[in-house]
Ligand binder design. Structure first.
Ligand code: GLY
Length: 383
């Protein structure tokens, strides 16, 4: 197999250089994106709405901490653990608000409290993470065997909605069972993953973003296009959540169907990967406008590397080659290594139909750095 270690080490050096000053500059913030001057914003302002999910409860608020834990593992420098714990302490306040929290407690508390506990054994972090896991488990609907997405009722009633992103959130449940010895959390996670297997995954390896069930009977009613181009299309970040999420489910359970599902998603992504290695917002979007999503790209790369860790040497090469193609495209054409911008990864899009496109997003940086660490074989799986 081709040796990518020299390239990965060169990129890691650039990451260490950049994150060293970015972390110091933003140590008390929980950033999401950068402004026109390249400065990170701060989503930890508690004067923003408590009962909504765009303030302290914003779903990406765990990733800044996650970046610090990745650098802590890479460098061993204590300052990264200190900065990571600023987010952890702030996010604990979300439990008091309660109403803004939903399925994304996994994204919020896995790269903060679970990472802290896995890496340092901090008992406070375990308490926070178990609290979050219980909230996630409480969202399970036994009629349809799914974890409910979001909290809306009324016009946009989400009581029967499940979304592909949740394949990532359920890592929190696997961790809770592994840590407590109580199988309930893992059982819920596996029932949800089985529902995704049966109701989201299409024969070609692509997935739906949102599937709506009857919340009383559990009957599958319809799918929705969600953040992708349209119903029946293939939102690339959702492909990434499915691919990496099924791979994680296999890592935690050893259930072969999950690895097979991850491979189907992986093959679909690789078959649709363009020569440039640049990933669109949706694999089925029109040619123009050519909206990209570098974040989806980094999630897909991470998923390909996770699958590569579970297959034979002969198979492995194909997945690693696919991941490196994507990561090279990011590192060489979509990354800002200067001091002009706090973020590294450019050209991220939250959704096909929402503006702005081609911004920075903190979780793109997280998944990019994580994938480079995976390629070098360093660090524990935080999911
Ligand atoms: N989990 C929401 C997103 O990927 O945008």
């Amino acid at each position: 197999m081709e040796d990518y270690s020299v390239w990965a080490e060169e990129i890691s050096e650039k990451i260490r250089e950049k994150i060293a000053w970015v972390s110091e500059k933003n140590r008390d913030k929980i950033p999401y994106t950068t402004d026109e001057n390249g400065d990170y914003d701060d989503r930890s302002d508690t004067s923003r709405t408590w009962n909504q999910d765009d303030g302290l409860n914003w779903w990406t608020n765990g990733f800044w901490s996650g970046i610090q834990w990745l650098l802590y593992q890479d460098t061993g420098e204590e300052k990264y653990a200190e900065i990571a714990r600023v987010s952890e302490r702030k996010l604990e306040k979300c439990f008091e608000a309660y109403f803004g929290l939903h399925h994304d407690v996994g994204f919020m508390f896995q790269p903060t409290a679970v990472a802290d506990y896995k890496l340092t054994g901090n008992p406070d972090a375990k308490r926070i993470a178990m609290h979050a896991a219980n909230l996630l488990a409480g969202r399970f609907n036994p009629a349809g065997n799914f974890i409910r997405a979001w909290n809306e009722v009324g016009e946009d009633d989400t009581r029967g909605w499940a979304i592909i992103d949740c394949m990532f959130n359920i890592s929190l449940l696997y961790w809770a069972s592994e840590e407590s010895g109580d199988p309930r959390f893992r059982q819920i996670a596996m029932r949800h993953a089985d529902t995704v297997l049966n109701s989201f995954l299409r024969p070609d390896g692509s997935v739906c973003h949102i599937v709506e069930f009857d919340p009383e009977t559990g009957e599958r009613l319809r799918s929705h296009g969600g953040q992708g181009y349209a119903r029946g299309s293939s939102w690339t970040r959702g492909q990434g959540w499915a691919l990496y999420g099924f791979a994680n489910s296999y890592t935690h359970t050893g259930k072969k169907e999950y690895l097979d599902a991850a491979k189907r998603c992986a093959h679909y992504c690789m078959a649709n990967l363009s020569e440039s290695g640049i990933i669109p917002v949706d694999f089925r979007q029109p040619k123009e406008p050519a909206w990209e999503d570098s974040c989806g790209a980094c999630v897909i790369a991470g998923g390909l590397l996770e699958v590569a860790g579970h297959v034979s040497e002969t198979e492995k090469e194909m997945y690693v080659r696919g991941a490196v193609k994507i990561l090279k495209a990011i590192a060489e054409t979509r990354a800002d290594w200067t001091k002009d911008c706090d973020a590294i990864v450019k050209n991220c899009s939250a959704a096909y139909h929402s503006t702005p496109h081609h911004t920075t997003m903190v979780y793109a940086d997280y998944f990019f750095i994580e994938a480079i660490c995976k390629l070098r074989g360093i660090g524990k799986l935080l999911w």
